[in-house]
Design a protein around this ligand. Sequence first.
Ligand SMILES: [Zn+2]
Ligand SMILES: [Zn+2]
Length: 185
Amino acid sequence: MHYARWRLYGDVSDDHAFGNVSDFKRRRALMAKIRVDELGCWVWTGTKTAEGYGQMRVGGRRRDYTHRVSYQLHKGPIPEGLAIDHLCKNRACANPEHLEAVHPRINAMRGDAPGIVAYRTNRCKRNHEFTPENTITVGGRWRRCRTCENAWQRERRAKKKAAVNAMPVGEPNPHPRTPPSSRPA
Ligand SMILES: [Zn+2]
Ligand SMILES: [Zn+2]
């Protein structure tokens, strides 16, 4: 009997469990600190993380992100292994219509980290296109822009040359190719 019930509802992991606080109370706590902005975002006005995500208590001392709580309240359990993505890009938003459960990799791809932008736009941060000719592959995984790499190498050589030219004439070479022999002749 118990087994049948367990099978019916599935194994509700601790991550999704709402403790002993009812959904009604939780919804009330969530909505009490929500302000709807002009874009329709449900902006959390309570505690936020350093990254700008809303945070709230979810029973006892446990806390969770408000967008996760809202998703679970309005749309149901978060599928195993998926992350909640903000389609509106407002991290403090808890509007279930702006939330989508996605694979974490897709979530990261929608972000704005330089590597991610390069992946999405197929251009380096200086806007050179990653054509096969312009791409240096590092370790079969990371790409480097050849145009930028060449510019960097040129700059490095120029700096080195300038440093050599700036050396006072007559000073001993600080990096002799062969060390002076200290052995008596
Ligand atoms: Zn939103
Ligand atoms: Zn480049």
